[in-house]
Design a protein around this ligand. Structure first.
Ligand code: NDP
Length: 332
């Protein structure tokens, strides 16, 4: 049954610079056209949602807008033969929550090509504890494996360790038998990172070289980098011969200033990670892994659950780098 009205976290533009957020009632007809109408049960907060909620034009151009790049729920109406009413499904990425109204609402309507069936072995709630952050961690780890970074090759470094991508990446890597070095700016969270499976923890300063040297002591077999900027440059310069660096984020900066030496003298591979346009076949494969062999046993330790009303405070916190783990939005 479709409710006549539903709750949504709406971002509206007040003037050229200012935006406000309100919890409002919307009707299903307010949603964009699309093949599949979904009753959202869970969403999650990602860094990009916070940018959208603050009016960042690099993420969202049309306001009023409902952010939420992640949604999991049950199909209400489907024009596609691929999905039936009541199917449990996941939608992450594509244009969801960017210029298409997203998961911070009780309903979304999207093209069938954006929808993935919830795999066996995973609940809707678990799928959104992972959300885009967890799926991105999975893409990074898949890239490391495809580049032959096996546990016996040495330590794998994860930056932004207490954040969403970082927390899930550490958990999966540890489960798969890797020795994981976590980089964090939060000294208060060392116990949390150890609990997730980090074998050692280092400070952000240790991966921020300013010597100008093109090559530094070889340390990492693989890297999951969420920070970018000088951190990413330093990591490329400290990766072992034939090692692999996956770059997915930019919380520390979008610039990358380095030289070709790590690539041509050490055969270091730099792999870009994009969860947004990732092909549907890769999505299905990785969601199945997250539902089985890669699922950490301690997912509940990573999550803070909020409702729509409590979300605003978390939006501000994620922009300040203050979130630990994942923020789950419960709309059930
Ligand atoms: P979170 O905010 O949850 O985590 C980011 C973490 O980075 C923080 O918790 C903090 O961890 C660390 N951090 C914050 N500011 C800085 C800084 N200035 N310098 C160094 N470290 C910092 O974000 P997510 O994990 O969800 O996302 C991380 C990044 O990945 C973002 O840039 C996001 O846009 C990107 N991303 C990209 C995707 C893609 O498809 N390519 C998909 C999903 C995310 P600590 O205190 O432990 O150091």
């Amino acid at each position: 049954m479709t409710k006549e009205t539903f709750k949504a976290f709406l971002v509206s533009q007040i003037d050229n610079k200012n935006y406000q957020t309100n919890i409002v009632e919307k009707v299903v007809d307010d949603l964009p056209q699309g093949d599949v109408l979904i009753r959202v049960e869970y969403s999650s907060l990602n860094y990009k949602d916070a940018l959208s909620a603050k009016g960042n034009p690099g993420v969202t151009k049309k306001f009023p807008h409902v952010p939420g790049i992640d949604a999991a729920g049950r199909v209400v109406i489907s024009k596609s033969a691929q999905f039936q009413a009541n199917d449990s499904v996941i939608v992450t990425g594509f244009d969801l929550g960017m210029d298409t109204w997203g998961g911070f609402a009780e309903y979304i309507r999207v093209p069938a090509e954006w929808v993935v069936s919830l795999p066996d072995g995973m609940s809707l709630r678990e799928s959104m504890i992972f959300g885009t952050a967890g799926f991105t961690a999975a893409l990074c780890i898949d890239a490391l494996q495809q580049n032959n970074i096996t546990p016996d090759r040495g330590e794998v470094l994860v930056t932004g360790a207490t954040g969403g991508v970082g927390s899930i990446a550490i958990s999966i890597l540890a489960k798969l038998g890797y020795a994981v070095v976590a980089v964090t700016g939060k000294e208060s969270q060392y116990d949390y990172l150890k609990f997730l499976g980090a074998s050692s923890i280092i400070s952000r300063e240790e991966v921020n070289d300013n010597s100008g040297k093109p090559l530094l002591k070889e340390r990492w077999a693989g890297v999951v980098d969420t920070v970018g900027g000088n951190t990413l440059a330093t990591l490329i310069e400290t990766t072992k011969h034939s090692g692999c660096v996956t770059a997915c984020g930019l919380v520390g900066g979008a610039e990358l200033i380095t030289t070709v030496y790590p690539f041509i003298l050490r055969g270091v591979r730099l792999i870009g990670i994009d969860s947004v346009q990732c092909p549907i076949a890769t999505r299905s494969t990785l969601w199945k892994k997250l539902a089985s062999d890669w699922k950490p046993s301690h997912l509940e330790r990573v999550v803070t659950t909020v409702n729509l009303e409590e979300l605003r405070e978390k939006v501000n916190a994620i922009l300040q780098g203050k979130i630990v783990g994942r923020v789950l939005v419960d709309l059930s």
